[in-house]
Ligand binder design. Sequence first.
Ligand SMILES: Cc1cc2nc3c(=O)[nH]c(=O)nc-3n(C[C@H](O)[C@H](O)[C@H](O)COP(=O)(O)OP(=O)(O)OC[C@H]3O[C@@H](n4cnc5c(N)ncnc54)[C@H](O)[C@@H]3O)c2cc1C
Length: 412
Amino acid sequence: MAKAKVLVLGGGVGGTFVANKLAKHTDIIEVTVVDATGVHHYQPGLLYVPFGWEQPERLRHDERKLLHPAVQLVSAPVRMIDVERRQLFLLNDGTLPYDYLIIATGSCPVPEEVEGLAEGGHHFYTEPAALKLKEALNNFQGGRIVVGIGGFPYKCPPAPIEFTLLLDDWLRQRGLRSKTEITFVTPLPQVFTIPTVVPMIEELFARKGIRVETFFNTEFVDFQKQRVVSLEGTELDYELLVLIPPHRGAPVIDASGIGDKGGWIPTDKFTLQVKGHERLFAIGDATDLPVSKSGAAAHFEAPIVVKNLINLVNGKEPDAKYNGDVMCFVETGEGKATVLRFNYERPPQPPKPSAWYHWLKAIMNRLYPVALPRNIAPDVFIAMLQGKFSKVSPFCGSELMEKLKQDVMKTR
Ligand SMILES: Cc1cc2nc3c(=O)[nH]c(=O)nc-3n(C[C@H](O)[C@H](O)[C@H](O)COP(=O)(O)OP(=O)(O)OC[C@H]3O[C@@H](n4cnc5c(N)ncnc54)[C@H](O)[C@@H]3O)c2cc1C
């Protein structure tokens, strides 16, 4: 019997992870990742780039090296998905047919959606933007910094909070904190989307003297006057503006007519099939799922997609269900972090910030290119670090962990 052709569109976190998991089934399927560039960007590391604590070149990886050898790679941008004829149209020319398609095209920040933001504001969600912000910070001599959320949705909801707390550290290290006023703005009625996490952030912000402006829906940025104005009528003057732009799905989703008005793919929240298309799955940021757009969500979704797709190939029901699992470490400044673990039913209860979680996050960032080709999901990874598996010697306190710590410290 001919093997089923499975295409994975997008070689980011979700696409790479799901393809490597599918590689175990190459007795019945052929797996090909189609990625626009063949260069994999590890986006969580961008958080540190503006402070000079991470180098962009360390965040770029050759996608081929992250993929299991049994997975093929096509490096070419896709112009359109033809769901009726089950094929992808490549931008330059040619088509790729499939029996099953997994869409993992991610999300894009779109500063142009807010008037004046592209001209007057900074962010750190792409490599060029993070480098531009680094330059602006290096030229900053004190004054008013307005930082926060320029619109919804955006990926990695805690990242603007983490940035603000690290900014406070960075300014203190440079002796600029007493000359700087930091105001965090958000369209929400509270400082963070998830109520159980709000008290912790409020306490941290209050202790560090960070002002919070809630109900701030950015209407426009007057970049000549260096002023940001909200729909609610609040006006804030700034010397430096760092606003995370609202995001959209990848342009190919709009071009293929399979997205909603934000370019997000309507996805079954349990089976992860694209609604109305049995042989199409979506994973990661590209979906319209009610979970944080995060690499962690994509990791937890991957095994569900694999199980359901293989069931379909074998003529069975796609009965595996994603429960909304997400887990992410959140930097809280002063060398500490906490962790948010939650799902559709259970909200996160963040533990007290500690150096332990900060180091876990730092080490996970460093080990990512090693963990990805080996199919190591975040929770398994943490358990390994804690030495919870009898076959794995405790990693804590080991020589390797010490080496990694020193490696991270070199950039601080
Ligand atoms: C500053 C920052 C900090 C973050 N911190 C964390 C964190 O601590 N924890 C966490 O879990 N998440 C974090 N995230 C979010 C995380 O990086 C994303 O949610 C994750 O990368 C989503 O994975 P994905 O596979 O859906 O999309 P991506 O990883 O963005 O990959 C999408 C891929 O699709 C490809 N593609 C798109 N369109 C086409 C096309 N037309 N043709 C071919 N290929 C195409 C792109 O080239 C890309 O390779 C952070 C993000 C940022 C920016």
